[in-house]
Design a protein around this ligand. Structure first.
Ligand code: PLP
Length: 390
């Protein structure tokens, strides 16, 4: 059974509002602002700043100097419409070895997920994907009055590619888009390059497949690879990328689609073209600052390994994440636990049905992770390992 997003916001928002801590927890921080009529409650700066932000898979260190400098230099264009933008689209195309006609910008990759969904689902086609995964495409499907075909994860929390292929073929006439999040959010688990090939070879040739690579930059597993080469091959594949994670520009809103030229042309009418001058220049600088990104990746992986080892030693099993977040099996319902963490000024991830006995934790600074571990040990007793059952 799925929980409606609006109902859930109301329930958790109300619960958090009455915690008595004054803490305003960003349970949906990593999603885009709500549609008109569902405005977010304003946040008090002091409360926000006092929290350890481990709820939204952000980059806690912020953009590097190279990116800050590029954005600061772009203020002079803030009063203009047509202005030099550092050739962002060409730079992205060059970065991936594709043509500019293969790139379409979005205000965050959330917008990419939206315009891809609008393009291929409008008129009542369904999206096929797993549950749990990143929910934007499913929510967007609901907002344009269509639905999703959601498949359960395997017992080990991987995505079942054979099941996806079967569903894509069985429901071929109903499906407008396949959504594959790789690595998956919230589990952090990768789909291997062999499995991606199996999927793309197995679904009907004309069926668009949207592969969300928001966490691509954190992956170390050699069995994983980007799916950009399939775009170059001309398959009906859209890759979504973001500057919100490794590049630390979540608040500035920049992402993009990489797809065959005809798919970019199909999606373009639904894109807002609303990227600001500062982040365009920041994006260009970020693509070039590979040293800073390598540094962020190392810090994330070190802190993830340290925290998950501590949790395992304390008796709590963690899923094998390749991202800047991980899931820990807590053996009881997560919703009240989220609230307990909030009272200790630690914001942790929202529930991801049906995995409601797992807690998703983003990687923050060393200090934030230490605060998380202290809070965890106050909330949970040391014990023999939990089983990671859904
Ligand atoms: N895709 C995935 C898998 C995500 O986890 C997120 C955000 O957390 C997004 C897309 C959207 O991010 P943004 O719109 O900031 O690029």
């Amino acid at each position: 059974m799925s929980v409606s997003r609006r109902g859930f916001i109301g329930g958790v928002g109300a619960a958090l509002g009455y915690l008595g801590t004054g803490a305003s927890v960003d349970v949906f921080g990593q999603n885009r602002p709500q549609a008109a009529g569902a405005a977010r409650a304003p946040r008090m700066t002091d409360d926000y700043d006092a929290m350890a932000h481990l709820s939204s898979n952000e980059n806690c260190w912020g953009p590097p100097d190279s990116v800050m400098k590029a954005m600061n230099n772009a203020w002079k264009y803030s009063n203009r419409y047509g202005y030099p933008d550092g050739n962002l689209v060409s730079e992205i195309a060059k970065h991936h070895g594709v043509k500019t006609e293969n790139i379409l910008l979005g205000a965050g990759s959330g917008e990419v997920l939206d315009f891809a969904a609008t393009t291929y689902l409008l008129g009542g086609k369904k999206v096929l994907g797993v549950e749990p995964t990143y929910g934007t495409v499913f929510q967007h499907a609901t907002s344009i009055k269509t639905t999703a075909i959601k498949l359960p994860l395997n017992k080990d929390y991987t995505q079942s590619i054979p099941a996806m292929i079967k569903a894509a073929n069985d429901h071929q006439s109903e499906i407008g888009l396949v959504y594959l999040c790789n690595p998956n959010n919230p589990t952090g688990i990768v789909v291997t390059k062999d499995e991606v090939k199996q999927l793309l070879d197995g679904v009907p040739k004309t069926m668009p497949v949207l592969i969300d690579e928001a966490y691509h930059h954190f992956v170390d597993d050699p069995r994983y690879a980007t799916s950009v080469p399939y775009v170059i091959e001309g398959r009906r594949v859209i890759i979504a990328r973001t500057f919100s994670k490794i590049a630390a520009l979540a608040g500035m809103r920049l992402g993009y689609a990489i797809a065959p030229a005809e798919m970019i042309a199909e999606m373009r009418p639904y894109s807002m073209q609303s990227i600001n001058a500062l982040v365009k220049w920041g994006g260009v600088a970020s693509l070039k600052d590979t040293a800073s990104q390598a540094d962020v990746k190392k810090k994330v992986i070190d802190l993830r390994k340290k925290t998950t080892s501590e949790l395992e030693a304390y008796g709590y099993e963690c899923l094998p994440s390749e991202t800047n977040f991980f899931m820990v099996a807590i053996g009881r319902e997560v919703q009240p636990v989220i609230q307990e963490f909030a009272t200790k000024k630690v914001a942790v991830g929202r529930p991801f049905p049906p995995m409601t006995k797992h807690l998703r934790v983003s990687i923050g600074t060393a200090d934030e992770m230490a605060r998380f571990m202290t809070a965890f040990k106050e909330i949970f007793p040391a014990k023999a390992k939990t089983t990671a059952a859904v």
